[in-house]
Write a new protein. Structure first.
Length: 314
């Protein structure tokens, strides 16, 4: 199968018929074998009924329905599990992503050899103050922390090799960090394509200001787990040891000062309390590292690694 198109949605009953017809026109014009997987993230309108009617008319359309709202990351994760196409393309159901971009995105994966291509909505139709400015700040922070030079990690229109989406697990608010997850999994050829951003035709946006806070916290989580997920002691132990040594050095200095000068007021010095606090913090970090190591070494996937190829091994 050429492509799988995964579309997470929440209360998008108005756009689904038009979107499905548009997708069919594009894939038919380009002679692509395809499947479209709608993932209904707990819609309270008639979205699922419409998905059922679309699937009844066209067997290439499939659906997954959550019992309640779990979030876009969960919807994408389930869609990825079901996807069978050589190239997997994600897009939003609100028709702000154009299906006309699909052939070129597929070409960049198949012919140009990219593992992942992220859309860049260079010209946007969103409210500048409430969405564009926070998004630019967030993307700048994400580029700095992840090392990926992508302009728009938030863009829902992306294309992947099938093995990329089978190698990552998406949860929380981490759908916007799939390129970072892919990079951590060893996929290095990650590209970007300027795509059309269309004005919203139906419904209202499902995202608020809290997504930027949650997104930043998830970025910190991904950055940490990507580097220290299988060796947490290397992080906690390093900083715990440094803190303890700094505190211990302060304590030694104060004790020597007391021996040199009997009138030296040891406990009246702020440095005394700083030294004690830093030593305690160092010990806590070190113990946290031990606990994290115990958890990691007893995890079911402690020795699970992504293997690209095997030669001469069954």
């Amino acid at each position: 199968m050429d492509i799988s198109i995964v579309i997470p949605l929440l209360n998008e009953e108005e756009s689904l018929p038009e979107l499905s017809e548009w997708i069919v026109r594009v894939v038919t014009a380009n002679n692509l074998t395809y499947e479209v997987i709608f993932v209904d993230d707990g819609s309270t309108d008639n979205s699922w009924d419409i998905i059922q009617s679309i699937a009844a008319r066209n067997c290439h359309f499939k659906g997954i329905k959550f019992q309640r709202n779990y979030g876009k990351a969960a919807a994408l994760n389930e869609g990825f599990k079901a996807a069978k196409g050589d190239v997997v393309i994600t897009m939003d159901a609100d028709m702000q992503d154009s299906p006309d971009e699909v052939p070129e995105l597929r070409k960049m994966i198949i012919e140009d050899g990219y593992d992942l291509v992220s859309g860049w909505k260079k010209k946007r139709y969103d409210n500048t103050l409430t969405k564009n400015l926070p998004s630019k700040f967030y993307n700048a922070a994400a580029r700095r922390m992840s090392g990926l030079k992508l302009h728009d990690l938030n863009c829902g229109l992306k294309a992947y090799k099938n093995k990329v989406i089978k190698s990552v697990e998406v949860y929380g608010e981490m759908h916007r960090y799939i390129p970072v997850l892919a990079k951590n999994a060893g996929f290095r050829k990650i590209g970007e394509k300027i795509v059309e951003h269309r004005p919203r035709k139906y419904g209202v946006t499902k995202f608020g200001w809290n997504r930027f806070v949650n997104g930043f916290l998830d970025l910190m989580t991904i950055t940490f787990t990507g580097k220290f997920g299988k060796r947490p002691m290397h992080f906690f132990g390093l900083y715990g040891t440094l803190c303890f040594l700094i505190g211990f050095g302060i304590s030694v200095y104060l004790i020597i000062s007391k021996f040199v000068d009997e009138n030296f007021a040891l406990t009246n010095k702020p440095l005394f309390y700083i030294g004690m606090a830093v030593m305690i913090i160092g010990m806590q970090l070190f113990l946290a590292g031990f606990v994290a190591e115990l958890v990691t070494r007893n995890a079911a996937d402690r020795n699970t690694y992504l293997i690209d190829e095997k030669l001469g091994i069954n």
